[in-house]
Write a protein that binds this ligand. Structure first.
Ligand code: GLC
Length: 453
C-alpha cells in the first residue's frame, strides 16, 4: 500500500494505468471493423483538446479529491461536506463558454468520484446532489449547457466507491488505514457484498447513458493491479459485461482504457497517460491516446497548491500532444461555490488568446510525416487533409532566419499563422531558409504555416 499511496499523492499512476491497450492474446469482445472504429473516433481525433472537470464534495475541503483517503475519513466525518454543498455560483453555461473560448471541443465531468457522491439524480442512492442544499441534478445542467455550446459530452464515472456499504476493502480504501493485516480486511469487509455493488454500477451507468441523451465519451476510473490481491480487477466490475452494456446503450460512445481490459484488443478505445511529462509523449505515437493533465497537481480544487503550470507549459503540453498524434484533456477543479477560480480562469484566458490565432495547428492535425525533419527549437504538427505543416517556434529569431533542413522542393508557400502574413524564403541546396519577421508576434509560441506541394 505504501508505494501505491505514494504514487497517488504525487499525482501519477502512469505505470499502472498507461500499461497499454495492446492485445495480449484474448479475442476481441466486439465485432467492429477498423474502418468503423476510425469513423466512430473521428470527431475525437480531430478535436485534440478537451476539458476535464473534477467537481464534488471534496471541493469544499479544497485539499485534494483524495482527501477522504488521505485523511482516512469515515462516512460520518465526510458528511459535513454533503450537508454544506451549496454551489451558489454554479452556472455551467459560463464553464462551457470558457471551455469553448479556450478552444476545447469536448468536456468530461465527474458524475461520481471515488468518494461515491453523485452529481446526478440517481434512483439507486440518496448520496446525491439533489439531497444536498444544491437541490438539483448538476449533471443535467452541465449536459444542457455544454451541448448548447456545441461541445461533445463526456462522463467520468468512478468505479471505486468509498461510500457504498457493499464496496469491499482494497489498498486505497480510506477505512483500511495502517493495519493491512488480513484480519483487518476481514473485519472491515464483514457484511459487504461486491455482487450488489456490481449491480449498482450497472444501474447507475445505465441511468447516465439513458437519461441524458447522446453521450460522446465515457471515462471510467480505474482498475489496478494485476496479481495484487488488494487491488481491484476487471472481474470486480464484471468489466466485459459492463463494456458490452455500455456499447449497447450508446453505440457511438468512446470509452477510455481503465476497466482493466488491456488483454483485449478492444477493451478500451484510447490509452490515458496521466500527468506525464512532454518528454515521454513520443512513445505513444501510433497509439490512440489522450493525456490527462492538471493546471496544478490536484484534480479537485486545492486552495493552497502553488505548483500551477505556466502558460508556456500548458501550450507545450497541447502542441506536444498533437505533435505525437494524441489528445490533451486539461482539468479544471471548480470551487465549492461552483466557479473556476482566478488561476484557472487566467490560464484558460491565455489559452483562448493563443488558440484564437493558432488553433489551425491543433485541430485535425497529427504528427508530421517522417520525411520532414524537426528544425532545432521547434515542434511540428501536420494537417494531412489540408497538406499543411505547422512549425511551432519555441525560440524566435526576430529579424533572423530559420533553416528547414531538407525541405527544398517540398513547400509552395509560407506564412505566419496568426495573421497570415507571408514569410519569404530562399532555397539553399536541399534546405529552405525562412526570413523571419522583424518583431516577434505577440504569442508565447508563434506558428509558421507551410503549404506543402
Ligand atoms: C486518478 C485519480 C483521480 C483522477 C484521475 C484522473 O485515477 O484517482 O483522482 O480523477 O486519475 O485521471
Amino acid at each position: 500500500m505504501g508505494s501505491l499511496k505514494k504514487v497517488f499523492l504525487s499525482g501519477t499512476c502512469v505505470a499502472v494505468l498507461a500499461a497499454s491497450a495492446a492485445a495480449q492474446g484474448k479475442p476481441p469482445i466486439f465485432n467492429e471493423s477498423a474502418a468503423h472504429k476510425q469513423e466512430r473516433m473521428q470527431w475525437w481525433a480531430d478535436a485534440r483538446f478537451g476539458m476535464f472537470i473534477h467537481w464534488g464534495l471534496y471541493s469544499l475541503a479544497a485539499r485534494h479529491e483524495w482527501v477522504k483517503h488521505n485523511e482516512h475519513m469515515t462516512n460520518e466525518e465526510y458528511q459535513k461536506y454533503f450537508e454544506l454543498y451549496n454551489p451558489d455560483y454554479f452556472d455551467p453555461r459560463k464553464w462551457a463558454a470558457e471551455a469553448r473560448a479556450a478552444g476545447m471541443r469536448y468536456a468530461v465531468l465527474t458524475t461520481k468520484h471515488h468518494d461515491g457522491f453523485c452529481l446526478f439524480d440517481s434512483k439507486y442512492t440518496d448520496y446525491k446532489a439533489t439531497n444536498t442544499p444544491a437541490r438539483r441534478d448538476l449533471v443535467r445542467e452541465y449536459v444542457d449547457a455544454f451541448r448548447a455550446q456545441g461541445l461533445k459530452i463526456g462522463f467520468y464515472y468512478s468505479l471505486l466507491d468509498w461510500h457504498h456499504p457493499d464496496y469491499t476493502m482494497d489498498d486505497v480504501h480510506p477505512l483500511v488505514q495502517t493495519d493491512t493485516s488480513q484480519a483487518n480486511y476481514d473485519r472491515l469487509n464483514k457484511g459487504r457484498d461486491m455482487a450488489k455493488y456490481r449491480q449498482y454500477l450497472r444501474d447507475q451507468i445505465t441511468e447516465l447513458l439513458t437519461n441524458y441523451g447522446k453521450i460522446d465519451v465515457l471515462w471510467l476510473d480505474w482498475t489496478w493491479n494485476k496479481g495484487d490481491k488488494r487491488g481491484k480487477h476487471a472481474e470486480d466490475w464484471d468489466a466485459v459485461e459492463l463494456i458490452k452494456m455500455v456499447r449497447k446503450l450508446q453505440p457511438g460512445i468512446i470509452i477510455n482504457n481503465r476497466l482493466g481490459l488491456d488483454d483485449y484488443p478492444d477493451g478500451g478505445d484510447f490509452v490515458t497517460p496521466e500527468q506525464v511529462s512532454t518528454k515521454t509523449l513520443e512513445k505513444y505515437k501510433g497509439k490512440t491516446w489522450e493525456t490527462c493533465q492538471t493546471f496544478s497537481g490536484s484534480w479537485g480544487y486545492y486552495r493552497d497548491e502553488t505548483s500551477w503550470k505556466t502558460h508556456r507549459q500548458l501550450l507545450d503540453l497541447l502542441i506536444t500532444s498533437v505533435a505525437n498524434g494524441g489528445n490533451l484533456i486539461l482539468n479544471v477543479g471548480p470551487t465549492a461555490r461552483g466557479e473556476f477560480d482566478y488561476r484557472a480562469t487566467g490560464a484558460l484566458d491565455s489559452l483562448s488568446y493563443w488558440m484564437h490565432a493558432n488553433s489551425k495547428s491543433i485541430y485535425d492535425c497529427t504528427y508530421a510525416p517522417g520525411s520532414f525533419t524537426q528544425p532545432e527549437g521547434t515542434k511540428l504538427t501536420y494537417n494531412p487533409a489540408a497538406k499543411r505543416l505547422y512549425v511551432h517556434l519555441y525560440q524566435f529569431m526576430a529579424g533572423g532566419t530559420l533553416t528547414l533542413p531538407g525541405y527544398a522542393g517540398k513547400i509552395k508557400y509560407a506564412q505566419l499563422l496568426n495573421d497570415e502574413s507571408e514569410i519569404l524564403y530562399t532555397t539553399e541546396g536541399s534546405d529552405v531558409v525562412l526570413k523571419m519577421p522583424k518583431a516577434r508576434p505577440p504569442y508565447e509560441i508563434p506558428v509558421i504555416e507551410l503549404m506543402l506541394k
